[in-house]
Design a protein around this ligand. Structure first.
Ligand SMILES: Cc1cc2nc3c(=O)[nH]c(=O)nc-3n(C[C@H](O)[C@H](O)[C@H](O)COP(=O)(O)O)c2cc1C
Length: 448
C-alpha cells in the first residue's frame, strides 16, 4: 500500500486540517436549487470532489462502491492530512476528508438490502447521505443484479431503499439514482414506488438503459416526471442528470425540466470548475498544478490522480494545442509525484490543500433559482483568477464527451474494482489475500 502510516483512530476529526462541519445534516431541501457533482468511478476521486466544491458544486457524490468491497475495508485516518481511507488489502477503496462530509453523498452498488445497510453503516460516520446506484448498465453491475438491473426488479430496489431508510440515522439522507425506462408510464410507476420509500432525493439520468453515453439525453421527458412527483404530494427533490455542461447550462435545464437540481458528470470530469459561473480555462496553469500538489499532499493514489488529470480539458488562451499536449504527456509519463517537481514546483502541497479547505469552509449559500424567481441568488465566486470563458472555438469545447472516447463511463463497468467480464471476476480479497486490480485507464489516456 502506498499510503502513509495511518492511525485507525475512530475520531474522524483528528486531522490537522479538519474542522467541525458547519452544516449539521442534509434534508430533502439540501437537494434543491443546486448543481451537483455526479458519481463517477475513478473520475470522482477525492481531489476532484474537493475542487468541485471549491468551485461551487452544491453537493458531491462519491464514486460507486460495491457493498461487499467496503465491508472488509479498514478505516484509517492520516494524522497529517486528516484523509480518511477505507483500505482494502492492497489499496484504498474509498477516501474522503471531513471538509467534504457536509456535502458528501456516498453511492452504493448493491442488490441486497442487508449488504447495502451493512455497507452504509460502515461509512456512515464520514458521509452525509447514502445513494443507491440503480442506473449502471454495465455487465459487471447488472449481472450481479445491481445498477440498472434493479430497474427491472422494483420490489428489490425499493426493499433496499426502505431498509436503508429504516436502519440509518435520520440525519443521514437516502437517495437513489435511476435511468429513464423506455416509456413514461413505466418510469412514473417506478418513480412513484421509489418516492414512497422515504428517500430525500431521486436523480433521473435522462437516458434509457440501452442508450449510449454519447446519445443526447432525453431531457424533455423529465418535466412530466417532475410534475408527477409534485402531484404525489411528497417533498422530495428530483434531480436532472444528463448533458449538463455546468452552472450556466444548469439554469437552462432546470427551467426546461422543472427539476429541483441538476447533476453534472462528463463536463465535470473534463473541468471540475464547471460549477463556477466563470469556469477556469487554461487548466495547465490554473488548475492542474495545484490539483497535483494537493493530490500529492493528500497521498492520493498516483495512478488515479494521473487518470483524472488526463481527462481535464478546457479552452486555452495561453498555450497552443501542442504545448498543452506536451504538458499532459509529461504528466502521463511521470512515475509518481516526485517526477513532477519541475512541472508543478516543489513543496508539500499543504498550502494548496489549505486554500481549498478555506474556500470550502467559507462558502456562502449558493442557489440555482430560475423560472418564477426574478433573481438568481449567487454568492461571489470563490476563485476570481479566471477571465470569462471563451468557448467560441469548437475545437476547444471542453465540456462535451471527447469524440475519441467511445464510452465516457468507466471502461466496461461501474464498479471500482471489477473486471469487464464475468469470466475474469476476481476471487474476494479474503480468499486471495490481495485486492482486485483497478481497471486500467483508457489506454489512450494513460500509459502506465
Ligand atoms: C467516468 C464516469 C464514471 C461514472 N461512474 C458512475 C458511478 O459510479 N455511478 C453512477 O451512478 N453513474 C456513474 N456514471 C454515470 C454518471 O454519473 C452520469 O449518470 C452520466 O455520465 C450522465 O451524465 P452526463 O451526461 O453529465 O455525463 C459515470 C460516468 C462517467 C463519465
Amino acid at each position: 500500500m502506498s499510503r502513509r502510516e495511518m492511525s485507525t483512530s475512530p475520531n474522524p476529526e483528528s486531522g490537522r486540517a479538519a474542522k467541525r462541519p458547519r452544516v449539521e445534516h442534509l434534508t430533502s431541501e439540501s437537494f434543491k436549487n443546486g448543481v451537483f457533482l455526479a458519481p463517477m468511478v475513478r473520475s470522482g476521486a477525492l481531489p476532484t470532489r474537493l475542487m468541485a466544491l471549491k468551485h461551487g458544486a452544491t453537493l458531491v457524490w462519491g464514486p460507486e462502491v460495491v457493498d461487499k468491497a467496503i465491508l472488509h475495508a479498514e478505516r484509517a485516518v492520516d494524522p497529517l492530512t486528516g484523509v480518511v481511507s477505507y483500505n482494502g488489502k492492497s489499496r484504498a477503496i474509498f477516501t474522503t476528508h471531513q471538509v467534504e462530509k457536509p456535502y458528501l453523498i456516498y453511492q452504493i452498488g448493491s442488490a441486497s438490502p442487508e449488504l447495502a445497510v451493512q455497507a452504509a453503516k460502515t461509512v456512515v460516520q464520514d458521509v452525509s447521505g447514502i445513494d443507491l446506484n440503480c442506473g449502471c448498465p454495465k455487465p459487471f453491475s447488472t449481472h450481479a443484479g445491481m445498477g440498472a438491473a434493479l430497474l427491472s426488479k422494483p420490489d428489490l430496489l425499493c426493499d433496499i431503499l426502505t431498509a436503508l431508510r429504516r436502519e440509518l440515522p435520520p440525519e443521514v439522507t437516502v437517495s437513489a439514482k435511476i435511468r429513464l425506462l423506455p416509456t413514461q408510464a413505466e418510469t412514473k410507476k417506478l418513480v412513484e414506488r421509489i418516492v414512497r420509500t422515504g428517500v430525500s432525493a431521486l436523480t433521473v439520468h435522462c437516458r434509457t438503459r440501452n442508450m449510449r453515453p454519447r446519445e443526447a439525453a432525453l431531457i424533455e421527458r423529465l418535466r412530466e416526471i417532475v410534475d408527477f412527483v409534485q402531484g404525489l404530494g411528497v417533498d422530495i427533490a428530483v434531480i436532472e442528470n444528463g448533458d449538463c455542461q455546468g452552472w450556466e447550462d444548469a439554469k437552462r435545464i432546470k427551467k426546461l425540466t422543472g427539476a429541483s437540481s441538476v447533476m453534472v458528470a462528463t463536463a465535470a470530469e473534463s473541468n471540475p470548475t464547471c460549477f463556477s459561473s466563470t469556469p477556469l480555462m487554461d487548466l495547465e496553469t490554473t488548475l492542474i498544478p495545484s490539483y497535483l500538489r494537493m493530490s500529492k499532499y493528500l497521498d492520493n493514489y498516483w495512478a488515479l490522480t494521473k487518470f483524472c488529470v488526463s481527462q481535464f480539458k478546457a479552452p486555452r488562451t495561453e498555450r497552443s494545442k501542442s504545448e498543452a499536449h506536451e504538458y499532459k504527456t509529461k504528466i502521463i509519463a511521470a512515475k509518481g509525484y516526485d517526477d513532477l517537481t519541475e512541472l508543478v514546483g516543489g513543496g508539500s502541497g499543504e498550502a494548496d490543500f489549505a486554500e481549498v479547505v478555506s474556500a470550502i469552509q467559507s462558502r456562502r449559500p449558493r442557489r440555482l433559482i430560475v423560472e418564477d424567481s426574478p433573481t438568481e441568488l449567487e454568492a461571489p465566486e470563490l476563485d476570481t483568477s479566471a477571465s470569462s470563458a471563451d468557448y467560441s472555438s469548437e475545437e476547444d469545447l471542453p465540456l462535451s464527451t471527447p469524440p475519441d472516447r467511445p464510452n465516457p463511463e468507466p471502461p466496461t463497468l461501474c464498479a471500482p474494482l471489477g473486471p469487464s467480464t464475468i469470466s475474469r471476476m476476481p476471487l474476494p480479497a479474503l480468499i486471495t489475500g490481495s485486492d482486485a486490480i483497478t481497471p486500467s485507464p483508457t489506454p489512450k489516456a494513460v500509459t502506465p
